[in-house]
Ligand binder design. Structure first.
Ligand code: ZN
Length: 336
């Protein structure tokens, strides 16, 4: 309690010193709704989905959806052409229900039962939606106080058994948090978060990360004037130098340097493990990147459940996503 009060005091003092314009900008930026909306602003239709031409015109409406005609290939398309919803032959109401189930993190069987769809369809929809959400995460830039740390997940071949020869005995479900005994049987997931609920996480390599591994996930994703807070792992120092960030390193065994700590990312990691291990009973490594964006959106982004449902529905209605159902399970077992 006293810790919070002290930090609030510092914040108030800093705030008082801002110009009127900056004060206004600050207040806008801490409004959670604004944050999420800004990140996932749906992509405008800029190309014909058939031939990529930019030369198209509006051509009436189709069940309330704007229809377009391409001047080059002469084909017509609607807003949904190329999106997840296009060609699924299910009413939007079913998708609405499904998205509600996803935000509630219901297991697939429960989603399928509530929506009246097959288990296979529930699985495909989950990953199509999460694939689309990857696009949202690609747009994220972390600003303000940014905490980064990596986490590890034991390689899981869950769901691969039918057509895959396991290189070693399968582990029981499991995702280990400890950094002791990091081996090449664990995938490394560098993560970065800020205090406004924005986050980035993706599989980078096996075992401990090098500078290049961290760069794969975090390079160019942190705004210039941010304060970058990490533990003492060496590659973070070089990373922050390269990105020209002010860097706070928390020494081994210490919890904080001044008011800076890595508590938010620690809790981000424990909520992630909780979702993967307890809620979903372990997930296959090949889908881990999808579950990372799932976690980012559902658990970590700051917005209400209702707003998240609206945002997600709006997003999948408008985002181009061309992955085919049959290809979802064909992705590589360890997506590096
Ligand atoms: Zn065209």
């Amino acid at each position: 309690m006293s810790g919070i009060t002290k930090e609030l005091d510092i914040l108030k003092q800093l705030f008082e010193n801002l110009s009127e314009t900056d004060k206004q900008a600050f207040l806008t930026s801490v409004s959670p709704k604004e944050q999420v909306k800004r990140v996932i602003e749906p992509r405008k239709i800029t190309n014909c989905p058939h031939c990529q031409s930019t030369h198209f015109v509006k051509n009436g409406k189709d069940c309330g959806n704007q229809r377009y005609l391409c001047r080059d290939c002469k084909k017509s398309f609607v807003e949904q052409t190329g999106t997840i919803l296009y060609g699924t032959q299910k009413d939007i109401e079913v998708w609405e229900k499904y998205i509600h189930c996803m935000i509630e993190k219901y297991p697939l069987r429960k989603c399928a039962a509530i929506c009246g769809i097959s288990l296979a369809t529930a699985f495909v929809w989950r990953h199509k939606i999460l694939d689309a959400l990857q696009n949202m995460m690609n747009e994220v830039e972390l600003d303000g106080v940014v905490q980064a740390d990596e986490t590890y997940s034991t390689i899981s071949y869950k769901g691969n058994h039918k057509n895959f020869n396991l290189p070693r005995p399968a582990h029981k479900r499991g995702t280990r948090a400890t950094k002791r005994g990091i081996s090449k049987e664990q995938v490394c997931v560098p993560c970065g978060i800020n205090l406004n609920g924005l986050s980035i996480a993706r599989i980078s390599n096996l075992g401990k990360p090098s500078l290049r591994d961290l760069q794969k996930v975090l390079n160019g994703k942190i705004a210039k004037d941010s304060v970058f807070v990490t533990d003492s792992l060496r590659p973070y120092q070089k990373l922050s130098l390269d990105m020209n960030l002010s860097h706070i390193r928390i020494p081994r065994g210490k919890r904080a340097v001044g008011t800076f700590n890595i508590q938010t990312i620690n809790s981000y990691h424990s909520r992630l493990k909780n979702m993967l291990v307890h809620r979903f009973k372990g997930v296959a490594t090949k889908y881990l990147n999808n579950y990372l964006v799932y976690h980012n959106f559902v658990n970590f982004a700051k917005d209400t459940v209702t707003n998240k449902e609206t945002i997600l529905l709006d997003y999948i209605r408008k985002t181009i996503c061309t992955i085919r159902s049959a290809d979802i399970s064909k992705r590589s077992a360890i997506p590096l």
